[in-house]
Design a protein around this ligand. Structure first.
Ligand code: SF4
Length: 655
């Protein structure tokens, strides 16, 4: 008897149309948990070395979290995994909404697809079984429209993960949507779905999740919820910019407490940080060349938290979320109801392209969500194209007549529409800036801001070098959802786990830019912990509240009946990190190629703005990080003994 997880996965061969239920031994869960750990266990073993990510041998999985459906709060994230066509290595993205518990209600911890279907299909699973159905009638339709049609032809209770035209056209920056336009956007896994001609996964199960100690989970959730609901009145939206400016000027910094971030999130959503981040040097501007000097308070005022929130009609909560950082917005324009654009979207389509036209950002958010194209990569690729245009590397002839200048919102909209349709210059850019560089020519490379092919998020590692470490060292590079110095401060792991450094409540900012070993210890702790959060299916914003207020480890023990210590869980997180790194080595990735370009790490240092004069010894930080996992400090390759199959597969557990 097991609790918390279902102990089963569903495997679907799209070539042969064979659908099989597979029982996974309990010992696997003790060794890798569920969610991202289970996915790493399956994919490392089953995807042959060197396969084409868009070919039939790639396997993609949709996995739920161990805590989904258990009564634990914030436990609504699902993860999509596969070999990434964007980076060539481990691909991973996650999303909220209501799809994660739907996987478990069908009786599975994950659903894995291999093969390629001859014609477009979708998988439908309910309590009666699983079947592949014809999807020709929805092929070509956008994600929101497709979801509505699939719900209407199956059940009002169906939960749908679906690709749009971007995934169908194999754009390497395509994601997968659920809940009317929320997106698991990163790693280009929408293209894998498109290549497999799998339009959607539609789930309508009603199974209950058994847990070991429901009363304890309830008690833990009630305590957590009290922290979430504590919401004092705060400053008006535009004031945030001045707080950011103050943070830029002061030589000292307070360690970030997740409660402060939670208060902003609960009021405004992620957009609460829009202007503040530009001012304090967290948000890159003008394709990472600029700063708040170029896109100052007057320009960024158009995206201040209130300017975004004024369109919000109702707050949006993912499954089991007491916070509700999302919002359903209605603009006067043609977009109708749409999800509130997130911080990442606003800044990548805003300051990164010097675009202060908030209406265009709302519109772009909507069309990209409907197309199923990653807004971060789309914004990063447009900024790349504008810089190429400015440098004369792209001409008006190349851009089909578009005047690609900074902040030209009409041209930016037209360009992204072309990228979605793969039309003219849009086809050159539809696979992101790394592929576009190959098509345009070498000179364009200096303008491509990516790590391993993935466009960088809107957090500047010249402000918090922890971001640059994680952009470079994670198996799925260039993602902001794993770690940073500020994340370590918010996770507060030292309060529950032994041997982790405590952060001082107030410190001199200059300390952030010293490449000492403690930074590697804390970065490794972030990677390990976020693997556990992604095994559990917890939202990053939930775990930002701190390890005591959001009791990840206690929830896991109460759900499963295990009695693991936080240190034991973090060891599992380390094992998963090594397995993902080993996946990349198996597929011929050299981890050193994941470093973002010199501009991103401050070489040469900026001469104005919040990050002026800042260059950090990234090579030392990365070497020290690799050492934390016992990998080769120079190459990032796990040593033979740690990559050893028996050890990774847990021989001592008899797996
Ligand atoms: S905090 Fe926001 S993203 Fe996280 S679960 Fe809640 S609504 Fe979803």
């Amino acid at each position: 008897m097991h609790f918390g997880y279902t102990g089963k996965i569903l495997t679907v061969d799209l070539s042969t149309r064979e659908i099989r239920e597979e029982t996974i031994p309990d010992r696997v869960y003790e060794y890798y948990l569920s969610g991202i750990g289970l996915a790493a266990y399956i994919l490392y073993d089953r995807i042959p070395a060197g396969v084409d990510p868009l070919g039939p041998e790639n396997i993609m999985g949709f996995v739920s979290g161990l805590l989904a459906g258990t009564g634990s709060l914030f436990a609504g994230r699902w993860m999509v995994v596969g070999k990434s066509p964007l980076t060539g290595g481990w691909g991973e993205a996650n999303c909220g909404g209501s799809f994660s518990p739907a996987i478990k209600r069908c009786g599975y911890d994950g659903i894995f697809f291999t093969g390629t279907s001859e014609k477009p299909v979708y998988l439908y699973v309910n309590n009666g079984g699983a079947e592949l159905r014809d999807a020709l009638h929805i092929w070509g339709r956008d994600t929101v429209e497709s979801e509505a049609m699939l719900v209407s032809e199956t059940s009002a209770n169906s939960r749908v993960a679906v690709i749009g035209p971007a995934g169908e056209r194999l754009s390497l920056i395509a994601g997968i949507c659920n809940d009317r336009g929320r997106m698991a956007a990163r790693s280009g896994l929408g293209a894998v779905m498109g290549a497999k001609r799998l339009k959607a996964v539609v789930l309508d199960g009603k199974k209950r999740i058994d847990v070991h100690n429901r009363a304890e989970i309830k008690r833990l959730s009630q305590t957590c919820n009290r922290w979430v609901q504590f919401q004092p009145p705060i400053f008006a939206g535009p004031v945030a910019a001045y707080i950011g400016a103050l943070m830029r000027i002061l030589p000292v910094q307070m360690a970030m407490d997740g409660m402060v971030y939670k208060i902003l999130l609960k009021k405004w959503g992620t957009g609460g940080m829009n202007q503040m981040s530009v001012e304090m040097g967290d948000a890159p501007v003008k394709n990472w060349r600029g700063s708040s000097v170029d896109w100052g308070i007057k320009k960024s005022l158009s995206v201040n938290p209130e300017a975004i929130r004024k369109y919000e009609k109702v707050k949006y909560h993912c499954y089991a979320c007491p916070l509700g950082c999302g919002g359903i917005c209605s603009t006067k324009g043609k977009d109708g109801e749409t999800h509130k654009p997130e911080y990442e979207t606003v800044l990548s389509l805003g300051g990164l392209c010097m675009n202060a036209d908030v209406d265009s950002i709302f519109h772009l958010n909507d069309i990209l969500n409907r197309a199923g194209m990653d807004t971060i990569s789309a914004g990063g690729t447009v900024a790349f194209a504008i810089e190429c245009y400015e440098a004369g590397i792209l001409t008006k002839e190349d851009t089909d007549g578009l005047e690609l200048t900074w902040g030209n919102s009409e041209a930016i909209v037209a360009l992204i529409e072309k990228m979605i349709r793969r039309e003219g210059i849009g086809d050159v850019l539809a696979d992101g800036s790394k592929v576009a560089t190959r098509k345009i020519g070498k000179k364009a490379g200096a303008a491509a801001m990516h790590a391993g092919g993935q466009e960088l998020p809107m957090h500047d590692g010249r402000n918090d070098p922890g971001y640059n470490v994680h952009y470079s060292v994670e198996a799925a590079p260039g993602r902001h959802t794993v770690g940073a110095q500020m994340y370590y401060e918010m996770f507060q792991l030292w309060k529950v786990a032994k041997r982790l450094p405590r952060v001082k409540p107030l410190y001199f900012k200059a300390r952030k830019y010293i490449a000492d070993e403690e930074k590697a210890v804390t970065a490794a702790a972030c990677s390990k912990f976020m693997n556990i959060a992604n095994c559990a299916g917890l939202c990053l914003f939930g775990v930002f509240l701190g390890a005591k207020r959001t009791p990840t480890f206690s929830w896991l023990n109460a759900a499963t009946g295990w009695n693991k210590t936080p240190e034991e869980y973090l060891d599992i997180g380390a094992r998963i990190q090594t397995l993902k790194q080993a996946f990349n080595i198996k597929h011929g990735i050299d981890p050193r190629t994941f470093r973002p370009g010199d501009r991103v790490i401050g070489k040469p240092a900026q001469t104005e703005g919040a990050n002026r004069g800042r260059t950090v010894d990234m090579e030392k930080l990365i070497r020290d990080y690799y050492r934390q996992f016992g990998w080769d400090p120079e190459t990032g390759r796990p040593k033979e003994e740690s990559i050893d199959r028996a050890k990774l597969r847990g021989d001592e557990y008899g797996i």
